[in-house]
Ligand binder design. Sequence first.
Ligand code: B1M
Length: 216
Amino acid sequence: MNVLEEIRDAVIDGNAIKVGELSQKAIEEGCTASQILNDGLIAGMNVIGPRFKNNEIFIPEVLKSARAMHTGMDVIKPQIVSSNIQEKGIILIGTVAGDLHDIGKNMVIMMLEGSGYKVIDLGINVATDKFVEAIEQYKPQIVGLSALLTTTMKQMKSTVETLLTLESRPKIIIGGAPITQKFCNEIGADAYAADAASAAEIANMLMESNAKAAGA
Ligand code: B1M
């Protein structure tokens, strides 16, 4: 079994100490942060998801695995961030009101920071008003909304509707397991990102289109 498979299994077991040690070992063995993220940490959570769904495991086990995954993310974060130092812009991000899931959002943040953005994390259960206030305060070029529940997609729609009315509004990226491009088109957000890596690519594209519009 290679070190990435060991990380995957330690995430599944919810063993945070082991995940931290193995992530460090993987770096020393020359694995890239994205290999550790995708083939170790996410691979582990991808096993946990269906087990939770099938009632084979319950919330405490899921939380243990989530904590283990966070420990691994903390280890690889400096590697990701140091690979891209120049700040490209400000991105505000949060999980919409009523929704407490943040593992995917935190991965998106890591990829955005790794791509050179300053990210302001508003956390979970973020009400529309809080997004609006933070936009006024930080003046981000992009706002990212995450939702993991079909029930909070409705909240995402309502938050997007409000953000679209702001006078000088940032571009809006949405994502999360139940979110689709079709839903994005329906609610009028600027872009949908299926995963953390594409969120960073899409942020770059939106920044380029902003720059072109400003130069036009
Ligand atoms: Co909950 N949960 N959960 N949960 N949970 C799901 C989402 C669920 C699919 C499980 C299931 O039943 N099959 C289900 C939703 C069903 C639905 O709505 N259709 C569900 C449910 C029902 C619930 C509760 C209602 C359970 C209960 O209490 N009865 C409850 C709701 C609480 C609430 O939010 N109000 C609940 C609670 C929890 C925990 C607290 C136990 C825990 C969250 C811990 C935490 O986040 N700190 C939890 C977890 C861990 C899960 C599962 C197992 C894993 C989610 C996860 O972290 N995935 C999940 C089942 C599953 O997804 N298979 C489930 C790993 C993560 C890397 O993926 O978050 O999809 P994901 O993020 C991806 C992409 O979606 C994307 O990039 C990420 C990386 O590639 N992405 C973005 C995400 N945000 C983005 C934003 C972007 C761009 C891309 O731009 C801004």
